[in-house]
Design a binder for this molecule. Structure first.
Ligand code: SF4
Length: 332
């Protein structure tokens, strides 16, 4: 079997403070191949962004530390790389697009300076060649009159255009893997649709793998092949993106699906998931979703469920599936 582009095995990233240990990511497993898009979904604090920062080697230490696991990129464990080697990988092999482009772009430099510098850091090019590449990239992401716009400052672009600039910068060295952390959350819906379309086109053209971090299942439906739903630092469910809408198994996933606003004539009240995500320093015994779960059983209060295979490319962490013979534990 071909080696996946990225394989994350039992990733555990914890933060150590006087108030206790925050298990922000605790046992995350997934694989992604070239050209595929994986969606990582969950509420704030579920571990989505910390998973991404762990892959990028950007966990601030202290207080953070990757205490266990492997991050295999093209077969090599990124956790064994020195910071100097990771700097070469970041930007060139693995790029990231953040939620708010205004905080990622430097407001005091022109887009040209920032793009040319990024390209020249990773590619052997003259300034003139890097500038030509920057113009090509702005053109690729649909910025009109790119040669002129290159000379402007980030504040002179609209929100959607700034996000396009960020995507162009992330694509500047043709990365094999793009991590997009809530790339459309700060944008209005029409711009969001344009940016998602842009992601799909870029991926097709460059055969890039993408990890799309989002709390929006609409984004998953639009662009993802597979989806991993996270809760309290652990994967709750992993399956094909289409399957999540037709055959979701985990009560948390069902809760997320029910909380999507629908335009229906019966004007039913939106069903929110009751309660709050748990304090990651003091997780409840048993299943961490139990205090909010409408299907919780007595055993859920004492037994921590394992991730189990419930179908082709479908895994779920829930005791409702522990006694079903056809299921099989795949992780701890
Ligand atoms: Fe709900 Fe129990 Fe399943 Fe946890 S293990 S999601 S509490 S039914």
């Amino acid at each position: 079997m071909a080696t996946p582009l990225l394989e994350v095995r039992n990733l555990c990233t914890h933060f150590f403070s006087k108030a206790g240990v925050v298990k922000a990511v605790d046992g995350v497993n997934f694989k992604i191949d070239a050209g595929q898009t994986l969606g990582i979904v969950g509420e704030s604090g579920s571990g989505k962004s910390i998973t991404a920062m762990s892959i990028m080697g950007l966990i601030p230490s202290p207080p953070g530390k990757i205490v266990d696991g492997e991050i295999l990129f093209k077969g090599e464990n990124l956790l064994h790389k020195k910071e100097k080697e990771m700097r070469k990988i970041r930007g060139k092999e693995i790029s990231m697009v953040f939620q708010d482009p205004m905080t990622s772009l430097n407001p005091v430099f022109t887009v040209e300076k920032q793009m040319v510098e990024t390209i020249m850091t990773h590619e052997t090019m003259t300034k003139k060649q890097a500038r030509t590449r920057a113009i090509e990239l702005l053109n690729l992401v649909g910025i009109p009159d790119p040669a002129k716009r290159l000379r402007t400052y980030p504040h002179e672009f609209s929100g959607g255009m700034r996000q396009r600039v960020m995507i162009a910068m992330a694509l500047s060295c043709s990365p094999s893997l793009l991590i997009a952390d809530e790339p459309t959350t700060a944008l209005d819906v029409t711009i969001q649709a344009q940016i998602l379309e842009l992601f799909k086109n870029m991926q097709r053209e460059l055969n890039m793998a993408t990890i799309m971090i989002t709390h929006d299942l609409g984004v998953v439906a639009e662009v993802c092949d597979d989806v991993m739903v996270m809760y309290a630092g652990k994967p709750a469910e992993f399956t094909h993106a289409k399957e999540i809408f037709t055959n979701s198994k985990h009560p948390y996933t069902e809760g997320l699906l029910h909380s999507i606003p629908k335009i229906t004539p019966d004007k039913k009240k939106l069903q929110a998931i009751e309660g709050q995500p748990p304090d990651l320093r003091h997780l409840p015994q048993g299943c961490s979703f139990a205090p909010r779960c409408s299907k919780a059983m007595e055993s859920c209060l004492t037994q921590d469920p394992k991730m189990r295979k419930v179908g082709d490319n479908h895994q779920v962490r829930c005791l409702l599936y522990e006694d079903i013979e056809s299921t099989k534990a795949v992780t701890t």
